[in-house]
Write a protein of this length. Structure first.
Length: 123
């Protein structure tokens, strides 16, 4: 069953037109930002940076849920951490990185970033 694609209008006061950002784009931005944090091995579903380059960006949004209410973004991420990493420290870095990246790229406010540690890996 195909899910309905949701888009959000940003900068609708322009004389040139409007900018629409899909929730899929917000999910990919969030996942890419999370994967940049040292200690994060993959998104839930074992989507690693190497697999993303082979499979494409759409697969990266696995393990990410994005909700937008009144132009405010809420992100839920499921990640896999490298073994022996401090869960709280890495989670805070992921939250900061995702919030900053989404806000800088879209101009939308990020209200929260919830991090779920799905697993740990020896990689």
């Amino acid at each position: 069953m195909e899910s309905q694609r949701t888009t959000y209008i940003e900068h609708d006061n322009s004389d040139l037109g409007e900018v629409q950002i899909s929730n899929d784009v917000l999910a990919v931005i969030s996942a890419m930002a999370a994967m940049e944090v040292d200690g994060v091995v993959a998104m839930a579903g074992n989507i690693t940076a190497e697999l993303v380059s082979k499979l494409g960006m759409k697969k990266l949004s696995k393990g990410v849920r994005v909700d937008v209410v009144d132009n405010t973004v809420m992100v839920d991420l499921s990640i896999i951490l490298r073994i022996n990493e401090n869960i709280v420290t890495i989670s805070k870095k992921v939250q900061d990185k995702v919030k900053t990246t989404v806000e800088n790229m879209t101009g939308m406010e990020v209200a929260n970033v919830n991090v779920n540690i799905a697993s740990v890996a020896t990689n």
